[in-house]
Design a protein around this ligand. Sequence first.
Ligand code: CTP
Length: 396
Amino acid sequence: MNILLGVSGSVSAYRAADLSRELMRQGHTVRVCLTDAAQNFVSAVLFETLTSQPCLVDTFEEPTVGRMAHIDWARQADVIVIAPATANTINKLANGLADDMLSTLALVTTRPMIICPAMNPQMYVHETVQTSLRHLISRGATVVEPTEGDVASGETGVGKLAPIERIVECVEEVLFSSQALIGKKILITSGPTQEPIDSVRYISNHSSGKMGSAVAKAALQMGAEVTVIAGPQSEPLPIGAKVHSVTTAQQMHDQAVKLAPSFDWVIAVAAVADYRMSAPIEGKLRRTEDSMTLDLVANPDVIAAVAKAAPNALLVGFAAEPTSETTMAQEKIKRKGLFAIAANDISNPSTTFGSAQNHLKLIFNDGSIAESGLTSKFQCSIWLLKQIIYKCANKS
Ligand code: CTP
């Protein structure tokens, strides 16, 4: 696999030399990018000699003339490892700055990123560094925690670059999960639906599409081919996913039933409106002093229809439940013909519509239950996909 190793300016930059060799011993191709500050401790020549690859420093370097390296290298990498990652580099990555080659590469890549902090213990616990790390984790990065010990300033504390073996182990884990869904075609429904009342009003719900987007991003990172049928959601969908935009439940149903037979998995994250107007009104309903009754009819159940149209696909539903109670979610497994359902409690502000985090209870059709704990929607999605993989492996 292709590993892009970013080295920033910490005293421990010299240990990146051993890391590059160890990763090569595992059979990987390693290409190194240094920050300006890293050059105070190590040189490009060192890494070029060790890796037999060009080593980048300047943003405008082009080892292959005519091919912009910041795009090329980012796209060719299977994983990006930043070791050591200084406070400055971590804060830059969290904020999307692109003022040197390493931060520019990090902004271009869609591949998993592993961050190995190394710095003075006081800097490591600084609120900005911790906030940036939490932010990067919520966006999908893996952090290999520094260890405790004597640091260059003579102090003792947490800030030493993690052991090389631990970093290599983490790279192997991340690479493994980044390939876990290669060859799988996954269809995801996402976001709310909107059911017109008249030409200017509609029935909908608070779904932001964050969970659907996170599942799509996680599935892509794990190597799947991802298609999303997206309602009108505010959250952008990840680059790399094929998107079919729809508005109503009926449109979502029609698209899902048409596409599902050629997919291996269908994950229904969408909050589909259960009812629509029996006859939406042309033009604008005018205000009167009278009360009004809308005549609603039931929408089709998208995932239940997919279960019939694509009997070979593995189906996973989501259930936004108004309490932590999962009896109703469990009942939906049978009613809709699902392999599993991921329930979350929308009465909890941390896990409600639009929240950045979620806490899933994943209930399988054999009655077993797994819990993700409270974590970012992206981490929840990685967890969810891994749970499904393990369950399938144990069944066969
Ligand atoms: N679902 C669907 N089509 C619908 C309603 C729901 O595909 N018309 C899917 C959702 O995408 C989700 C699962 O079914 O994966 C459960 O959705 P939920 O709204 O919790 O279930 P409902 O069947 O609508 O039941 P209730 O509203 O009574 O909780």
